[in-house]
Structure formats: structure tokens, C-alpha cells
Write a protein that binds this ligand. Structure first.
Ligand code: ASP
Length: 715
């Protein structure tokens, strides 16, 4: 049996270290990937993709708003990203009377492009390895907080040394679970303006029904522009700023693609857990995923109902709802894929092969022999703290009101607010006023009251007694198990429910005192107290032990595969994933074609599902026979490929073998979404909006000829 397991393990490892899947560091493509990429159809040299010496494709890729990717597509700084990446900006610029989310927006000239306060984008200028500088100062046997603190001090000083003002931001990132460190130097631009967006009925066509789902017909794109000073340098917003002239921008291929074509995704994938331990994954499957899914489901149910009943609530919660729903469905998909593919068994096989390798040599055996048993012991002893963290993060911190209590009580005792009608004068006053105003902008008391009730009930049912905050235990007995009544009283008695009342209280000396006993403050303090004293110490011990076990395990894996390609887990730094346009067989007897067309939009429109409402403007665009972007009479909408991607790759450019833009990455197919942990070549697919559909919508819906003229279109 053991030898059979080992044979399979070797096969699994072969898949793992073969370069096909993975999120590769662009500066090492020449060593690990160029040959394979070219064999798969790429005509690019590694230095065309990444260079610090001369302009390369990397200079057209931006980190968008911190969590997404975008690409520059014109000499005047025009930028494509996803509609869902621009969503919160579009929402902030929308009002009920001028609803760009609902109706779309197309600036008729540069003067009409809309500033997006707070939105920043950054370009990678340099990625320098500093492993020696960092690790030479950290003794090998130091772990946990001590290690973290020492690395932070070293990182802070390097970051400070290489950063400059607001425009050059250096940051140190850990790779391979703390076995390597890199300094990323980014150029940051602050004046970004909204140029165009389709209405939500196109940009989010299919809504939650289709999120993570194939077949897909979403025009998930939006258009921004980078502005700079007259010297072409980053600058704070000013009317005098001018469009930025980038070092490089993408050409757009209009001739279309076919199955088997090479694809390259260039972007900023957020996090993956590719080198996770089997016993941790078992715990996640049995406890963590089900708890997080249940808590989030409860929140979403409340939002769904309230938003359907009331347009104001709908607008206030649109962005929050999407964020919550996105992960909810993703977790469900991951759980189902990880279970179906017995992912813990695959990880176990990798661990067996690792242990067999370590045993061969006394040095590696003493270094690595005890790792896997130590992981199992840590999970058995401390796993309950990790689960409690889920209840706190997803449940109790999901009570919106508590997020306002935090900045307010930090303010109490230090200061008072001035007269309610005047602006704050000190930094502290300004900070708390911003928190208060920002909070109420998208808040509804009734929604949060229902939400609070649900969260508390689920948490009380799930957490062991000693981890339940005191106040909830008391409420449970005081209200005879009916914590719903406790929540009603809490909401009836709290001053946090009304903005002006709260500001007034923070203005009066006596008001400050009574806020300390506000029921929302008491709940917040009790939750914090239990977190700080009961859950956090255990959770931190768990995390620290896991971090150091992972670091040693990863070090071993790198030794075991010395001279082979091993990609590091994603960490929001720039990566390249390559693959091919590919269909997928989700189940026996079913084939998912690799592309969709506008015919599918009309088909979905017939179902009556309101996520599939086809706006009149799109209907008439589809029926217009005069269409430059159709292929043999068919307008393609989306396509699939087998690039290894994750959250953060949203908005990433998808390039052909010549580096031309063929689409914008925006999602993955549900059946293979467990790829953060287990990439399954038969199932894992990224979903891309065809660039010709973007052009079609720009032309027919946005009448945006002035923008199309800016692009460099190639056959
Ligand atoms: N939809 C994801 C995102 O929002 C992309 C993905 O996970 O594939 O970043």
C-alpha cells in the first residue's frame, strides 16, 4: 500500500512542480518558464514581459485600488479593469438622480471624466531580492512574535529608505512562507478618473446567479484614466493635471482566438494556500468552511430581503452585498471541489513523499522529520482557537454597529467634538467625524438589528461556553434564551443609531460619560474582552506555530526540489500565469464550450430571472447587423482558459502569444475554484471577458468612438 501511495505521490508532485500551473514571479521567467511558454505558443521573450532596464509589458500593468489589477491601453493613460473592481467608485459617484451604476456613464470628453477621491493605482518599477539582508539578521531558531517583530523592524527601515513621498512606495514582501524576501518598489498615482462604465445590467449581467459560474455573459469592465502632473509625474488631484503617458501600453487584438491558443495573465493575485498541510485542510473542511458559510448565508439572507423591499437600502448595501456574496459562493465552491477531489489525501501524499525524502539523509531527517506530526498535534490542541476566530471575525465583527463603536471609544476621553454644525479642527476630531459620516452613509438600522440578532444566535450556539462573551451569556439567561429581545433592547437604547444624536453626545461633557455605558459600547467591550483574554492568545499561539512549521516545511520542499521550478504562494505581488484557451467537462456527458456569445444573453433574458434583465440598449446593439467586432456573424462575450488565477487577478490583462490584449480576467468557474489549494487541470478555469465584447459595448452602448480611437487595435 505504502509503495502505491508513493507512486501516486510522485505523480502528484510531478503535476505540482511542472510549470504549467502556478503564479510565477515575472523576473525569473527566463530561468523557469520561457522555454515551456514558447513551446505552448508564446512568441515573447522573458525580457519582453519583465524588464527593469527597458520598457516591457509589466509597465502596462497596474495594481488597481489595492485589491485588483488593471491594464493601460493607450498612450494617454487609459485604463481597463473589471466593472466589479471599479464598482465602489462607480457607486460613490452615483446618486438616486444620477445613477451611474444603473445607467452607465460615458464621459464625452476628458473634461467630463470624473475624479475618484481615494482611488490609487500603482506600477511595479523594481522587485529586488533582499533575502540575505533580512535573514542574515534573524537567527534560525527564532520564531513567532519575536521573529515577526525583528523582520518588521528591518523591513520598515528598508521601506523607509526606498520610499519617497506619496509617489514611490517601497514594501517588503515575504515569499515561500518566510524563506525569501523581496523589496517591491511601486510608483503610485493618485489622480484617477472614471471615464466609462456600462450599466450594471451589462457590467454585472447575471449578478449573483452567475457569479463564479460558466457559461458567462458578463461585460465585466470599466474604464478609468490616470492623470499626472505636467511633468508626467504622480500628483494629487488637480484640474491642471494631464493624462499620464505610460512607458508601455497594450495593443488590442481584434481578430479573435481559438481553443488551444496560448494565454498569459499578468496581475496581482492575492493569496493562495498551495502548500497547505493535510490536517489543517481536514479541519477547514469539517469546521471552518461550514461555519463561515452559515454565518455569511444568514447575513446575505437579511440583505437580500431588505434590498428587494427598499431602493434606498439597495443602493446603500449594493457594494457590501456583492463583497459578502462573492466570498460566500466561493467558499461553497471550494468546499465542494476540495471534498470531491479528496484534497486532503493529495496533500497527504505530498507529505509522505516529503517525509520519505527527508528520511534519506540524517541532516534533513533531523530538520524535517518531525514537521508533519507537529502539525497534526497543533491542529488537535489549538484548532479550536482557529474556529473561534472564524466565529468572531465572520459573526460578531459582522455586526456593523460595532465597527463604529471602535473609533468612537478611542476618541472618548481624549477630546470633544466642536459644535455639531462645524467641522472638526484637530486631527482626532476630523478622524472621528470621518468615521461617523462614512459609517452612516451606507447604514440601515433595521438591517443591522436583524443581522445582529442572527449573528449572536449563531455564535452562542456554536462557540464553547468559555469563549462566549460574558454579556451574551448574561443576556441569554436574563432574557430566558431569547437573545432577540436583548438585541431589540440594545438597539432601542443605543445612541449609536442616529448620527446627529451621537455627534451631539460627543460634543457634551456629560454625553461623553453616558456613551461609556451605551449598550452598544458594553457589547463591544465584552466582545473585545473575550477576544483579547480568551481567544486571541490561543489563536496567536496556533498561528505562530503554524507559521514556523510552514516555513520549515517550505524550506524542505525547496531543498527537495532544488533546481526545479517551484512557485511561491500568491501574496498580492506581480505574477504571471500561463495556459491555454480551453473548454471544460464539468460532469460526465456535459461539455462547457470555451466561449459564449450574445445569443446566450438573449436566451438567459427569457428565463424571467431579474439578474438576466437585458437592457433595451443591449438588445438593440445585439440585433444590429452592422458589427465590426463579430466573428462569422457571432459576437463573442466571454471565454475560458486554464490560467492559474485567484482573487486579485480580477481586471488582469489576458494576453496572446504576442503580448496583445485579448480579454480581461474576471472570475473562475465554480467547479475548479478550489485552485488556491488544489489546482485541478481538468476543472480549474479562469473566466475572461472577450476584448471584442468590450469594444462592442464601448461602440454600441457607450457611443465611445473617441475612446476607441485612442486604442491601438491590431488584427
Ligand atoms: N472574481 C475574483 C476576484 O474578484 C477573481 C478570481 O477569484 O478568480 O478577484
Amino acid at each position: 500500500m505504502k509503495s502505491l501511495l508513493l507512486v501516486t505521490a510522485i505523480l502528484v508532485l510531478f503535476v505540482q512542480v511542472s510549470a504549467r500551473n502556478g503564479m510565477w514571479m515575472p523576473q525569473y521567467l527566463d530561468t523557469w518558464n520561457e522555454t515551456e511558454m514558447q513551446a505552448m505558443g508564446s512568441k515573447l521573450k522573458a525580457s519582453d514581459i519583465y524588464s527593469e532596464e527597458h520598457p516591457s509589458l509589466k509597465d502596462a500593468v497596474v495594481h488597481f485600488g489595492g485589491g485588483c489589477t488593471g491594464e493601460v491601453v493607450s498612450a494617454d493613460g487609459l485604463l481597463f479593469t473589471n466593472h466589479h473592481c471599479g464598482y465602489s467608485q462607480i457607486q460613490s459617484l452615483s446618486t438616486l438622480g444620477n445613477n451611474y451604476l444603473k445607467n452607465g456613464f460615458w464621459a464625452e470628453s476628458q473634461e467630463n471624466e470624473l475624479p475618484c477621491p481615494g482611488l490609487v493605482i500603482s506600477f511595479v518599477r523594481e522587485m529586488r531580492e533582499v533575502t540575505g539582508l533580512i535573514l542574515s539578521q534573524i537567527p534560525d531558531d527564532i520564531s513567532g512574535k519575536d521573529r515577526e517583530n525583528r523582520i518588521k523592524i528591518l523591513s520598515d527601515s528598508l521601506e523607509k529608505k526606498f520610499s519617497s513621498g506619496d509617489s514611490i512606495k517601497a514594501s517588503i514582501q515575504s515569499f515561500y512562507q518566510g524563506n525569501a524576501y523581496y523589496l517591491n518598489i511601486m510608483e503610485v498615482f493618485h489622480d484617477i478618473r472614471l471615464v466609462g462604465t456600462p450599466p450594471e445590467s451589462i457590467g454585472n449581467f447575471g449578478g449573483e446567479t452567475d457569479n463564479w459560474i460558466w457559461p458567462r455573459h458578463t461585460g465585466d469592465f470599466s474604464i478609468f484614466r490616470i492623470y499626472a502632473s505636467r511633468e508626467n509625474k504622480p500628483a494629487a488631484y488637480s484640474r491642471d493635471n494631464v493624462p499620464y503617458h505610460p512607458r508601455q501600453f497594450f495593443s488590442i487584438r481584434t481578430s479573435g482566438i481559438k481553443e488551444g491558443d496560448f494565454t498569459l495573465v499578468y496581475g496581482f493575485p492575492g493569496t493562495t494556500q498551495y502548500y497547505q498541510f493535510a490536517s489543517v485542510l481536514e479541519d477547514m473542511i469539517s469546521d471552518s468552511y461550514p461555519v463561515k458559510i452559515a454565518l455569511r448565508n444568514a447575513r446575505l439572507e437579511i440583505l437580500r430581503k431588505s434590498m428587494a423591499e427598499n431602493d434606498t437600502i439597495r443602493l446603500k448595501y449594493a457594494s457590501k452585498f456583492r463583497r459578502l456574496a462573492n466570498y460566500y459562493k466561493r467558499w461553497k465552491g471550494e468546499l465542494s471541489g476540495l471534498t470531491e477531489y479528496h484534497a486532503p489525501d493529495t496533500l497527504k501524499l505530498r507529505e509522505l513523499a516529503f517525509e520519505a525524502w527527508a528520511e534519506k539523509n540524517p541532516v534533513s531527517s533531523s530538520r524535517y522529520g518531525g514537521i508533519i506530526p507537529a502539525v497534526s498535534a497543533t491542529v488537535a490542541n489549538l484548532g479550536k482557537y482557529s474556529l473561534a476566530n472564524d466565529y468572531f471575525t465572520e459573526g460578531l465583527r459582522g455586526i456593523e454597529l460595532l465597527s463604529l463603536v471602535s473609533p468612537v471609544i478611542k476618541f472618548i476621553g481624549k477630546n470633544r467634538l466642536p459644535d455639531p454644525d462645524s467641522a472638526g479642527s484637530s486631527d482626532e476630531q476630523q478622524k472621528v467625524l470621518n468615521a461617523i459620516n462614512g459609517f452612516y452613509k451606507n447604514y440601515d438600522v433595521h438591517v443591522d438589528r436583524m443581522n445582529c440578532r442572527e449573528m449572536i444566535q449563531i455564535v452562542i450556539r456554536g462557540l464553547p461556553d468559555e469563549m462566549i462573551p460574558e454579556i451574551l451569556k448574561k443576556a441569554d439567561s436574563l432574557y430566558n434564551g431569547n437573545t432577540g429581545n436583548y438585541v431589540s433592547d440594545l438597539f432601542a437604547g443605543s445612541v449609536f443609531l442616529e448620527r446627529d444624536k451621537l455627534k451631539e453626545m460627543l460634543h457634551r461633557e456629560t454625553g461623553m460619560d453616558s456613551i461609556k455605558n451605551d449598550p452598544a459600547v458594553l457589547l463591544y467591550r465584552s466582545v473585545q474582552n473575550t477576544w483579547e483574554n480568551v481567544v486571541r492568545p490561543g489563536y496567536e499561539t496556533y498561528r505562530n506555530s503554524m507559521d514556523s512549521l510552514k516555513r520549515i516545511y517550505m524550506k524542505g520542499i525547496l531543498e527537495m526540489h532544488a533546481g526545479e521550478a517551484v512557485f511561491p504562494d500568491a501574496n498580492s505581488t506581480l505574477r504571471v500565469s500561463y495556459g491555454k484557451v480551453r473548454s471544460m467537462k464539468p460532469r460526465d456527458g456535459i461539455l462547457y464550450e470555451w466561449y459564449t456569445t450574445t445569443a446566450g444573453i438573449l436566451e438567459k433574458g427569457l428565463t424571467g430571472n431579474e439578474d438576466y434583465t437585458v437592457p433595451a440598449v443591449l438588445r438593440s446593439a445585439i440585433s444590429d447587423p452592422d458589427n465590426l467586432y463579430a466573428e462569422k456573424g457571432l459576437q463573442h462575450v466571454c471565454f475560458m482558459a486554464d490560467n492559474h488565477t485567484t482573487g486579485g487577478n480580477s481586471g488582469s490583462p489576458v494576453l496572446d502569444g504576442n503580448g496583445n490584449l485579448i480579454g480581461i480576467n474576471f472570475d473562475r468557474a465554480w467547479e475548479g475554484v478550489m485552485s488556491d489549494i488544489l489546482f485541478q487541470p481538468l476543472k480549474s478555469r479562469n473566466i475572461i471577458v472577450d476584448i471584442r465584447y468590450v469594444l462592442f459595448i464601448m461602440k454600441k452602448v457607450g457611443k465611445a468612438d473617441r475612446l476607441i480611437k485612442e486604442l491601438r487595435l491590431v488584427p
